[in-house]
Design a protein around this ligand. Structure first.
Ligand code: NAD
Ligand code: UDP
Length: 337
């Protein structure tokens, strides 16, 4: 029996692959490498001592997904595959709706054909839209500010309806907050293509001299220092959350949703200052205007994951900053150096 990780060569998928392999699971990665490198497979093997099965496939291609199920005994799927750049989704909404919705529907239909009943989905805190923190799972969803967020909202809705219609199906929706950090070995990490959209990869690239300075998007928010507040979570803690979600899915049917965050909010300037202090490197920055669509404060209530999954983030902000920098230093140009 194996766990299929669609998008398994990506940032969160690769860390989850390591976590699951080290917990004794067999995994099959399926990725079209649209936003990742095949080199990640060798790096996972270095860390775990075992090479994971990796299939190059577009999971919108039903026959390709069927072939994976024919070749492997898949007991559960973690569906990471998707396009994730918020700004790009505004420019290319059709590509985002097509890829994200189609991949989820295709995998679900093939799972039904093969009698595979456990599905864990990579959702996002973005489905909450603009609501007061801390956000808990019963807060209303919708009101997303971009097509990317709406794809997550729509896939959640599809999964809720699918689980309602079929009592043998088990679905876990994981709403991630802001994943950062990297495996402590520095062998796998986040490898954004082009100019990073997210804060931590931008900070690490400034620290390494690859970019001149960070622009802080606004210092006039109603937050303690005026800069945006987010709930950053170490990607290895997030990976562990998937292991717990798979255990839960194996034991329950129906659809459950869990926030995966730390429950703590840190501002942009907290991030810059902690990164500088922990790593002893400067991160030059300037204050710029707000970025369209950004919210002031987003952080999670994490009680449900603790109570039901027995999961809680273990790594603090210093570990996140240290491991992000360790990855950047060892891989200044990402996997393609
Ligand atoms: P990522 O881009 O590193 O990983 C996604 C992977 O999916 C990539 O390797 C990409 O090549 C692959 N992929 C995309 N479309 C595919 C397709 N049709 N067929 C096969 N492979 C395909 O992103 P990530 O940060 O690891 O995110 C994983 C999931 O978590 C995504 O669904 C993302 O939307 C979601 N998520 C990420 C964050 C974050 O900040 N990183 C936050 C919330 C939710
Ligand atoms: N941010 C910033 N400069 C950057 C990138 C991000 O000031 O170059 C801020 C952004 O406004 C937000 C926080 O950092 O307050 C986290 O942004 P990110 O894009 O990483 O996550 P998201 O906004 O999706 O939560």
């Amino acid at each position: 029996m194996a766990i299929l990780l669609t998008g398994g060569a990506g940032f969160i998928g690769s860390h989850t692959a390591v976590c699951l392999m080290q917990a004794g699971y067999d995994v099959v990665l399926a990725d079209n490498f649209s936003n990742s490198s095949p080199k990640v497979v060798g790096r996972i093997a270095e860390i775990t001592g075992k090479t994971p099965v990796c299939v190059e496939a577009d999971v919108c291609d039903k026959e390709a997904v069927r072939n994976i199920f024919r070749a492997h005994d898949i007991s559960a799927v973690v569906h990471f595959a998707g396009l994730k750049a918020v700004g790009e989704s505004v420019q290319k909404p059709l590509e985002y709706y097509r890829n994200n919705l189609d991949s989820a529907l295709t995998v679900l239909e093939v799972m039904r054909e093969f009698g595979c009943r456990q599905f864990v989905f990579s959702s996002s805190a973005t489905v909450y839209g603009d609501q007061p923190a801390p956000l808990n799972e019963s807060a209303p969803t919708g009101g997303c500010s971009n097509p990317y967020g709406w794809t997550k909202f729509m896939i959640e809705k599809i999964l809720i309806d699918a689980a309602r219609a079929d009592e043998t199906l088990s679905v876990v929706l994981l709403r991630y907050f802001n994943p950062i950090g990297a495996h402590e070995s520095g062998r796998i990490g986040e490898d954004p293509q082009g100019i990073p959209n997210n804060l931590m990869p931008y900070i690490t690239q400034v620290a390494s001299g690859r970019r001149e300075k960070l622009t802080v998007f606004g210092n006039d928010y109603p937050t303690p220092d005026g800069t945006g507040v987010r709930d950053y979570i170490h990607v290895c803690d997030l990976a562990e959350g998937h292991r717990c979600a798979l255990e839960y899915a194996a034991a329950h049917t129906g659809c459950e949703v869990f926030n995966l965050g730390t429950g703590h909010g840190y501002s942009v300037l907290d991030m810059v200052h902690t990164f500088t202090r922990v790593n002893g490197v400067d991160v030059p920055y300037v204050i710029g205007p707000r970025r369209a669509g950004d919210l002031a404060t987003v952080y999670a209530a994490c009680d449900k994951a603790k109570e039901v999954l027995g999961w809680q983030a273990q790594r603090d902000l210093e570990a996140m900053c240290r491991d992000s920098w360790n990855w950047q230093k060892k891989n200044p140009m990402g996997y393609d150096a």
